[in-house]
Design a binder for this molecule. Sequence first.
Ligand code: GN1
Ligand code: MG
Length: 385
Amino acid sequence: MPCGDAESERKTCREAGGDDMELHEAADIFRHFAVDADVCGCEAFGNGNINTTYRVRCTDGKSYTLQRINTVVFPDPDALMKNIVGVTGFLGEKLKKSGRDPEREALHIVPCREGGYYYTDKGGKCWRVCLFVDRATAYDAADRPGLLYEAARMFGSFQRDLNDYPAAELYEVIPDFHHTGKRYLAFEEAVRRDAAGRAEQIPQEIAALRRYASRATLITDRLEAGSIPTRVTHNDTKLNNVLIDETTGKGVCVIDLDTVMPGSLLYDFGDSVRFAANNGAEDDTDLSRIWLDLDRYREYLSGFLAGVQDSITGDERELLPMSVFILTYELALRFATDYLNGDTYFRIRYPEHNLVRTRAQIRLMEDIDGKLDRMAQIVREECGK
Ligand code: GN1
Ligand code: MG
């Protein structure tokens, strides 16, 4: 067996957090996928807040990503997988035409032996498999030079590459995903219902979130009015959703395509900067570490502009700084809503996790608010280059 003995692999799999899974359980699921090799290792993998991910090692020397789809968040896995297969196929063709490697630079989804692209087990859980991209890493923090530029360039090119994708073919797997105004209404509803009896613990957070309600629809109003274009966007552009080559430091491939849907370029830019230019972590418990690092913002901006090239419009450019504020505000609303609802959406790693996340995003949002003028100046400087 080329990849470690079964006993120790099983141990790793059970201890690595996430949901437990025995090696034989992984093998039972995996045999439904069109791979002609046996499973010899399985470990919990990654830091996602929604799906549960494992790395499966096979006797053919290859690794695969096995994921349990969270069907509470994605109730229509058929539509979800059609979106992903459509987009990865489209990107793969473009890569092939330009002489690049579609197996490494676009996600490669493995079909089921029975047909389709996901397997439903006897307990009703839905699973999918894709090729694991070797020698590439997803980073949780922008702690090495050049990393942010590359990540930003990758997300920018991802969007440009999908510019001519037939958007009408995409299902809206989570309707109004980045409709911040509707996120605000859901937050108010959660305060009113107070399902977990937590509203009275967080009066300051509720007040801070209410203070900015008038900004919630700044992007969606412009989309609805047609003054900024609706595009095919990734919608979950965290730094750890792009793989970076371990040898060259260059971007390899954009991953986590669950939320690819029609949206605004500003969603992808704003959400990415929110995560990657924060001096602290998304769920930092030390609020003094949380602030928007303008150097990182500049680096991200310049990479993103290099990626999208001339496909960005003047109105979009003008809204870039505000998009960082709005996407941070939106996630603060979402974390607070989930905390008030009793932690039903995001995976939490300890009981107060959603509250810690809410506070961290509020701190970041307030810091961004004080830096909007400087951020606009940086846009002018980078665009004038
Ligand atoms: C979720 O699964 P993950 O960690 O890539 C969430 C994003 C949030 C993010 C916050 C489908 O993404 O919208 O920004 O957590 N994805 C979904 O960490 O809700
Ligand atoms: Mg995701």
